[in-house]
Design a protein around this ligand. Structure first.
Ligand SMILES: [Zn+2]
Length: 349
């Protein structure tokens, strides 16, 4: 009778956010994702919500590896806090996820807290202590997402991370259905799947539909255009930029996290944006409103996002002594009491 594999969810089960699952076999522990949750209205004065690391701290042994499925904050955001409290031998993630995580760890002075390893979903199996792992490419709203197969004598688990069956993704990298079928043929003892709104009937459209909408709407506009999205939605930034280039608009990225992610994604070759198209926020007033497109965060009405600050005239730019700038682009982000309902209507995740 083989030893049991133990699975301990520390967050993300029955809730949105702070995804983190511990897999234990023998003396080895592998953690899949280390996410955080953002505070809601009732969490007055709370900046971030982290999983409870007590279980890992009390084990008294280093974690063999943390595997990150993709770069969303609800999957990677608590990593710096975890590394401060729990010794971790290695952190494994795909190229873009690792690039984004490195910059986060650097900000926390934790770049050397753990060995950072790049994983390649096409590279076959990887032995991590008593676990045989392999990875499957999954399409999601941030590039370079993977599912994880964890195999021990006790059985085979497929942990999907977040995913989407997008048959025409912007980067051409579809969810690897063939690999999933092949793993299914081998036999999966436990499937742990996660996809926002998976219980709702119907089909989620391809990310490319958003690009088509940009192509229809943006050329008709004569004023300033703002496009809001998650700071990590590289494909949406790419599609908005492509249309901006086509109609001769300059692109200005407003918001620290989006600028940072854009730079990392450009350096790693995940986004193609000509240098002469980009302008800085301070340069905005040199252009007529119809000559620019602003990319910013705030697609879900997040209280401190660039879009909300622009709407209320409180961006760094608009509080300066000069009177123009992005201040007047939007009067209100919410038409109801819930900012999310008003701003989320246009496009899904
Ligand atoms: Zn995600």
């Amino acid at each position: 009778m083989p030893e049991a594999m133990r699975i301990i969810p520390l967050g993300g089960l029955g809730e949105v956010g702070k995804n983190m699952t511990v897999y234990e076999y023998g003396d080895d522990a592998i953690v899949v994702d280390a996410g955080l949750a953002f505070p809601r209205d009732e969490h007055l004065g709370v900046d971030l919500i982290l999983p409870d690391f007590t279980y890992l701290r009390d084990r008294g042994r280093p974690v063999r590896a943390v595997i990150l499925t993709h770069a969303h904050e609800d999957h990677v955001g608590s990593l710096p806090y975890l590394l401060r409290e729990v010794p971790v031998d290695e952190v494994w993630a795909t190229r873009l996820t690792l690039g984004l995580v490195k910059s986060k760890l650097d900000e926390h002075g934790l770049l050397r807290a753990s060995e950072l390893r790049e994983l390649d979903p096409e590279a076959g199996t990887l032995e991590l202590g008593g676990f045989r792992t392999e990875f499957v490419r999954m399409a999601h709203s941030v590039p370079d997402a993977v599912a994880v197969v964890l195999e021990t004598e006790a059985g085979r688990v497929l942990h999907t991370g977040d995913w989407k069956l997008d048959h025409t993704p912007v980067d051409g990298l579809r969810t690897d259905v063939g690999r999933l079928a092949e793993i299914g043929n081998r036999g999966v003892d436990l499937l742990l799947g996660d996809s926002t709104n998976a219980e709702r009937p119907g089909v989620t459209g391809s990310e490319r539909l958003v690009g088509e909408a940009f192509r229809q709407i943006i050329p008709q506009r004569t004023g300033r255009v703002l496009v809001a999205s998650f700071a990590s939605n590289v494909h949406r930034m790419q599609q908005a930029t492509d249309v901006a280039v086509e109609v001769g608009r300059k692109v200005c990225v407003v918001g620290r996290s989006m600028r940072k992610n854009l730079n990392i994604a450009r350096n790693l070759g995940y986004i193609d944006m000509p240098e002469d198209v980009l302008i800085r926020p301070v340069e905005l007033e040199e252009y007529e409103p119809g000559e620019v497109l602003i990319l910013c965060t705030g697609s879900q009405g997040e209280p401190l996002s660039a879009l909300v600050r622009i709407a209320y005239g409180s961006t760094t730019r608009s509080t300066s002594s000069r009177s123009s700038g992005p201040r007047c682009c939007i009067r209100r982000t919410r038409r109801s009491t819930s900012p999310a309902t008003a701003t989320r209507r246009s496009f899904g995740r």
